[in-house]
Design a protein around this ligand. Structure first.
Ligand SMILES: C[S@@+](CC[C@H](N)C(=O)[O-])C[C@H]1O[C@@H](n2cnc3c(N)ncnc32)[C@H](O)[C@@H]1O
Length: 239
């Protein structure tokens, strides 16, 4: 496995209970420079806080921001926090979840900690499964959490005959010209919408009746709306 022995970041994500609605923030993050230092950092942090991190909702290890290889496992960004703030517990209750683009497992683990019954995470980056597996362990996940290889061309191929109550994704969404090498976690075609388009075109076949798709993404637009995303949805609705 290439590029595993590199700097990592341990994020502590905390839910703020004093808000009217859910609000999560990255309360702390620790840079871990060498393989093997992770557990020490984890313990040291717990000691310093005189609190075994029990007050935080989740701990997530990712690559560090300056890990500049195309197989970077995405660090925690505002989009994962948006997802946590805007995902309803009712939608997750006893749901079998599909997470398209597992990465560090942040979304999957959030779902499993908040009422989901099970989760399948798909990714084409083999390093994602290593991180998500580790993160499942440090978050004491004891539910079915299956991490399987995705398919670069046919996103749903690995779950061809399966349906889910809840499908989530923080998809690759950065505009990326053809023939440009970019992070697997972000490259998404000229408008940054290739991946979103494929999810929207096929998701109905994998949702049960009343199932929910919860996606957090960015899309080009103007002051009024992300019109390119609207175009995709209107085309699919008319098709
Ligand atoms: C923006 S990242 C989000 C990762 C994680 N869900 C998070 O929120 O931190 C998108 C993820 O999609 C993965 N990905 C890219 N193409 C894929 C495909 N065809 N099937 C499954 N996952 C894919 C990338 O490797 C990356 O981990």
């Amino acid at each position: 496995m290439s590029n595993t022995n590199q700097k990592k970041v341990l994020f502590s994500i905390t839910k703020k209970n004093d808000q009217m609605h859910d609000s999560h923030e990255v309360e702390n993050s620790l840079l871990v420079t060498k393989q093997g230092q992770l557990q020490n950092a984890f313990n040291r942090w717990a000691d310093e806080n005189r609190n075994p991190l029990s007050s935080c909702s989740m701990r997530i290890v990712t690559d560090s921001f300056d890990y500049l290889h195309d197989d970077q496992v995405l660090p925690i960004q505002p989009e994962q926090l948006f997802f946590m703030d805007y995902t309803s517990k009712e939608d997750l209750a006893n749901a079998n979840v599909l997470d398209i683009g597992l990465g560090s497992g942040a979304l999957s683990i959030f779902c499993l900690l908040n009422g989901a019954a099970s989760c399948i995470g798909l990714d084409i980056n083999p390093r994602a499964k290593l991180f998500a597996g580790y993160n499942a362990m440090i978050n004491n996940i004891d539910k079915d959490f299956l991490m399987i290889d995705g398919d670069p061309f046919d996103i749903f191929r690995s779950v061809a005959n399966k349906k889910f109550e809840f499908i989530c994704s923080n998809p690759p969404f950065e505009p990326t010209p053809p023939d440009v090498n970019y992070y697997i976690n972000s490259a998404a075609g000229i408008y940054g919408l290739d991946f979103v388009d494929k999810i929207l075109a096929n998701v109905d076949r994998h949702l049960v009746d009343d199932g929910v798709l919860q996606m957090v993404t960015m899309a080009p637009g103007n002051a009024t709306k992300p019109f390119k995303l609207y175009e995709i949805i209107e085309n699919l609705n008319s098709g």
